[in-house]
Design a protein around this ligand. Sequence first.
Ligand SMILES: C[S@@+](CC[C@H](N)C(=O)[O-])C[C@H]1O[C@@H](n2cnc3c(N)ncnc32)[C@H](O)[C@@H]1O
Length: 239
Amino acid sequence: MEYPAFASLIMHGGIITEYNDDVKGFLQFYKKLGMLPGHIADNVLPDKNQIASKNYNVLQSYVRKLAQVQDQANRILIISSNAKYQIKVEDAQTYVPPVPVEIVVTSPPYPSMADYVTSQRLDYYWMGYTTDDVNRFKKEEIGARYLRHNSQKNDLYLKNIKLCFNNIIAQLKDDGLLVLVLPEYKDTDSRRKVIAEFYDFLSTLMDLQYTTPRNVDENNRWAPFKSLKKETLSIWSKR
Ligand SMILES: C[S@@+](CC[C@H](N)C(=O)[O-])C[C@H]1O[C@@H](n2cnc3c(N)ncnc32)[C@H](O)[C@@H]1O
């Protein structure tokens, strides 16, 4: 991706989150712009009172964000003047890093939690992808919420996530590290078993070095996932 497109993308996200107490605000923002509302999950409905209580000024926001992006870009350039980076849009189930890597830091998709491709489709269009591309990305999306009524969803999730991590671990250097953030579901939630099975799978290839729970901040932008109160951060080394 070229830098201007990347900067636009950051701003797009930045402006949305500025008006966003939670993802309900995210929907309202699109509505205010006269666009189809984006949604991170289909149980998140627009809240009329929230939009009425806000004073939107999109242009002002855009200018403010532009200054922030410029400032952040300058800082990144100073810190990493010798660093090379690439941004790729790939299906993690088939993508294999071309060279061995030292560390992978990721929060992989959670089972039946969100429809990321649908919610972020405007970003994809912004980057020049077509509706056909977006529909393909939807099919490749792991843990998509729209699959939640599919009786095979948990098996499918495990199959897909294992494909990704087989590729990732195969390309980790011998002393490489994997840093993960995963959800911690209640005992009564069937997804607890899914995550436990994923950890079991990881344990066959990696050694757990560190783990710590963290509370999900109700005020952050993932607030619609109100059912999710905790996540776990874990660090694994290659066996
Ligand atoms: C829990 S979010 C984490 C996002 C990001 N890693 C972070 O930590 O902020 C999971 C991400 O996985 C992406 N995803 C889902 N299926 C994927 C696939 N098959 N290939 C690549 N990314 C995928 C989703 O679009 C979403 O952005």
